[in-house]
Design a protein around this ligand. Structure first.
Ligand SMILES: [Ca+2]
Ligand SMILES: [Ca+2]
Length: 78
């Protein structure tokens, strides 16, 4: 009888978390563009994206993303 080990389960959970964290920022440059947002959350409109883009530079940094998610503008990942 084969029982999955705890280490094996943790490895799977760790890999899933890693994917979720890197999913939004597809090119991993630390900024979320409208294109990257639309690829993950198609329901986020350009108006919503602009509202989240506090410094209006066309991309969301980690601070803007977190603030927008806390305000309920953008869904939290997973
Ligand atoms: Ca990016
Ligand atoms: Ca910005």
């Amino acid at each position: 009888m084969k029982i999955p080990t705890l280490a094996g389960l943790l490895l799977i959970a760790g890999a899933s978390t890693l994917v979720a964290e890197t999913k939004l920022d597809a090119n991993e440059d630390g900024m979320i563009t409208m294109e990257e947002m639309a690829a993950t959350f198609p329901d986020v409109s350009t108006d919503t994206f602009s509202a989240a883009d506090a410094d209006d530079n066309g991309a969301l940094d980690a601070t803007e993303l977190t603030a927008a998610q806390e305000a309920g503008l953008i869904p939290t990942d997973m």
